[in-house]
Design a binder for this molecule. Structure first.
Ligand SMILES: Nc1ncnc2c1ncn2[C@@H]1O[C@H](COP(=O)(O)OP(=O)(O)OP(=O)(O)O)[C@@H](O)[C@H]1O
Length: 320
């Protein structure tokens, strides 16, 4: 289990007040499960993962994490950097660009194996082959010698998954890992993530704007809007009965289980332009002046271990 409480991130620009992009983000990721972090572009998905990996630029990002727990251990957030690769790992959305074009797939895994596992060259080479096999690369001995440009996008993403998993991390963050891939390759990469999460007993979080990916892959979902978590539920419950008006709108305009494609009117407010009260209120058909625009709305617990950040839950019913 990984538990995050009170994650706040602001970016500093010279001569301007710090711009908050994440406000009081709190969630729990269950072990051996995949949690989807879903929301429109700019909602704060990547920043959440990067902050928890301590990968945001130090000169401009101000990161505060109230509590970070892994299993029973409370983690000193100053030590996150040293845990990268071994306990926490991440894969990114552009597999071709994330690999170094000057080194073969095998060499890139060997380098990580030597650093994280302190293996000698021979053992690291064997580890690289083992990892390529683990992520389903055919003929791993031969493909270890391939440069990224000689591999397809799906193969490159598998190599990146292999690199991320060399240190056998407990937690894997995947940031839009299949966005750049075609539909068939996407399905294959998702099934690799599913299988390895179960087989290696990892806790996995996948940031995506694609509800199809969430439906296919995830056990639990966190819905993000304007730098906040606005709904938390199991996948089944979220698709069966979304409770936050934003989640309802997101499902209605996706192709998952819907005949028509509609857009949500308006756009995600940019950091610095968040309205007082509910951040979704300006786009919400249920919002009422004097209720939704007064003060920060808390995440409200609902029956069935789920919660939603909405003051009109009496109106959001049990059905889609
Ligand atoms: N290094 C940075 N400096 C300043 N602002 C940033 C920086 N990185 C991200 N932001 C801002 O933080 C907000 C959240 O961005 P983030 O990339 O987390 O969104 P996202 O939900 O992952 O979107 P996408 O799906 O497009 O990746 C955005 O408004 C973005 O412009």
């Amino acid at each position: 289990m990984i538990q995050v409480e009170g994650l706040n991130v602001s970016f500093r620009t010279p001569g301007r007040a710090p711009l908050p992009v994440l406000s009081d983000v709190s969630f729990t990721l269950r072990p051996h499960r995949i949690t989807g972090l879903v929301g429109e572009s700019g909602s704060g998905k990547s920043v959440t993962a990067l902050a928890l990996m301590d990968l945001l630029p130090r000169n401009s990002a101000e990161v505060q994490i109230g509590v970070l727990r892994m299993g029973a251990d409370e983690i000193d957030t100053a030590t996150i950097g040293g845990r990268r690769g071994r306990e926490l790992s991440m894969i990114f959305q552009e597999p071709m660009r994330s690999l170094n074009p000057a080194f073969t797939a095998g060499e890139q895994i060997v380098a990580v194996a030597r650093r994280h596992l302190r293996l000698d060259r021979r053992a690291a080479r064997a580890k690289a082959i083992e990892m390529l096999k683990l992520v389903g690369i055919p003929d791993p001995e031969r493909n270890a010698g391939a440069y990224p440009h000689q591999l397809s996008g799906g193969m490159c993403q598998r190599v990146l998954i292999a690199i991320a998993l060399v240190g056998r991390p407990r937690v894997l963050f995947a940031d839009e890992p299949t966005t750049a891939l075609d539909a068939t390759t996407q399905a294959q990469v998702l099934s690799v993530l599913r299988e390895l999460t179960e087989r290696l007993g990892m806790t996995t979080m996948i940031a995506t704007h694609d509800l199809g990916v969430v439906a296919e892959l995830c056990d639990d979902v966190l819905v993000m809007y304007g730098g906040q978590i606005v709904e938390r539920a199991s996948v089944d419950e979220l698709f069966r009965a979304p409770r936050h008006p934003y989640t309802k709108a997101l499902l209605a305009c996706s192709s998952v289980g819907q005949e028509s494609l509609r857009g949500i009117p308006g756009s995600v407010p940019a950091p610095g332009h968040w309205p007082t009260g509910c951040r979704f209120a300006p786009r919400c058909s249920l919002a009422s002046a004097g209720t939704c625009d007064i003060a920060t709305v808390p995440l409200i617990d609902l029956p069935g271990d789920r919660s939603a950040r909405c003051l009109r839950l009496d109106q959001t019913g049990e059905t889609r």
